[in-house]
Design a protein around this ligand. Sequence first.
Ligand SMILES: [Ca+2]
Length: 336
Amino acid sequence: MNRFISIASLLLPSLLLQNFLLQNQAFAMDYTERDEVRAFVKELAAAESFDEKELLSLFKHAEYKQKIVDAISRPAEKVLNWDAYQDIFLTERRIEAGVEFMYENRDALAAASKTYGVPPVIITAIIGVETMYGRITGGYRVLDALATLSFDYPPRSRFFRSELKHFILLAREEKRMITDLTGSYAGAMGMGQFIPSSYRRYAVDFDQDGHRDIWNNPTDAIGSVANYLAEHGWQREGRVTVAVDAVGVPADIFNESLKPTRTVAELRELGLREESLVMDEMVSPMRLVGKQGDEFWLGLKNFYVITRYNHSKLYAMAVFQLSEGLRKGSAEFAVR
Ligand SMILES: [Ca+2]
């Protein structure tokens, strides 16, 4: 046994060292010297009228980050269960900070709610779950993140090269220094964590000062989050999800899809007791394992819309339940 350990421990460092050297050989290289980067730059310069040399020189500043590859290889939502989600997102602190955010931004929230039909508590809960109301917006340079994922993470390179293009275009449109912009390891930016394509498509200049700034401007962030949800089909006055008693209902109908595909009538025939929804409402039955065991919920259209922000039912449920906490916490002032 001892012999095995000693052989293994001798082998291990040399293997690690070999890997380390191989990796560094591959990545120490300047991005501007890589063929695929040059091809990317050439194509983008031609398509969008950039100076090719200038655009290429941008990649002198791009740095490969192993931490980014490590982070994207294990997304949090695949690891966390509902129990852990609750501990992170449904805390007193997050509710209190959210109520404060709502109070400070009550005019913008009221205006966004009127324009887009999304309740202030939902807009606030999204910003609360994403970035703790703008406090934690990500410390990676977006250029490093998108260059690393575009050129050194083959499984998603197509997606991230497209985001890298959008990012460069966005910086030009909003007159921002590319090297100054920071975000998550996946290039999501600002209070609402928009990836560049979403930023260009859904961000709005809600305070009408001529710039779409969800990096620092809470009014623009509020309008942009509301617009994003509205554009994905948010139903004004619609509910999000309903807790149900599903004892006796066949287990295989739960967690089929995020999209509502079953009618209330169909579920009632299967034994579901639910009186508050109309029979032809489309729902998605969910089972979550919470602190007290199984919880049964019906996701409605607006629940599905929240999952367009992040494709996870736990994410959407955390947003919904935080919004309920905010609704109670902000009851003393009018904006809800
Ligand atoms: Ca603005």
